[in-house]
Design a protein around this ligand. Structure first.
Ligand code: CA
Length: 228
């Protein structure tokens, strides 16, 4: 999942970027309103975290710009305490949530996850399933045949992507951009190594195998046809 942060205070911006990366998100950071708007318009972000007081365009103007260009990704506002009255304005403009500074990272992360879940139209799912493999999005928990599997944040992100798009062959370049902060065509070693690790945890010792390599194309997650 991709998140854009627009925050002019360097410490806060870095703190958010680092925390969200550790939580498994791909994160872009802009420090000026106009840069943030530009990035949001050209990128594929699932969520924008938007400070209100920004140089260039302010947070309200960035949101207006996004909506006027038809971009409907959810927006979480960060507001200083004395701007709380502005909430009504933000709601009218179509913001999804607010967090008043100072806030704890744990609270921000919880809000982000709630917004991302409800932000996907038609997908009120809290659990993704394939055969006897279950991925609980609420608790960030994975089980196969009822047995708990521990994954790193990146492995979880990779498995979530493969499960959300099960049956679809995902090119390495797409996996790289969605799960890692990477855009590359040639060096796919990172992806291959991660898939190997994921397989060792999710597929080894279980039947059927669910993660498949499609030679020259990428990876697909599905129940093999003979066993479907
Ligand atoms: Ca600010």
């Amino acid at each position: 999942m991709n998140i854009l942060i627009v925050e002019d205070e360097p410490k806060t911006g870095e703190y958010l970027r680092q925390g969200l990366r550790e939580a498994g998100f791909v994160v872009d950071l802009a420090t000026r309103g106009n840069d943030g708007l530009h990035l949001a318009l050209v990128g594929q972000h699932d969520l924008v975290i938007l400070d209100v007081m920004l140089p260039g365009l302010d947070g309200w103007q960035v949101l207006k710009g996004l909506r006027s260009m038809g971009r409907q990704m959810p927006v979480l506002f960060l507001t200083a305490r004395d701007q709380v009255e502005d909430r009504v304005q933000g709601l009218e403009l179509g913001a999804d949530d607010y967090l008043v500074k100072p806030f704890s990272f744990a609270e921000l992360l919880a809000r982000v996850r709630v917004i991302l879940r409800r932000g996907r139209p038609g997908q009120e799912l809290t659990t993704l399933r394939l055969a006897d493999l279950e991925l609980d999005l609420l608790r960030r928990r994975i089980t196969r045949a009822g047995r708990r599997i521990d994954l790193t944040a990146k492995e979880f992100g990779l498995l979530e992507l493969l499960m959300r798009r099960q049956g679809e062959v995902l090119p390495r370049s797409l996996i790289a951009s969605q799960v890692w902060d990477l855009n590359f065509d040639s060096d796919t070693n990172v992806i291959d190594v991660a898939v190997r690790r994921l397989r060792a945890k999710v597929d080894e010792g279980f039947e059927p195998r669910l993660i498949h390599t499609v030679r020259g194309m990428g990876y697909v997650m599905e129940i093999p046809e003979a066993e479907a």
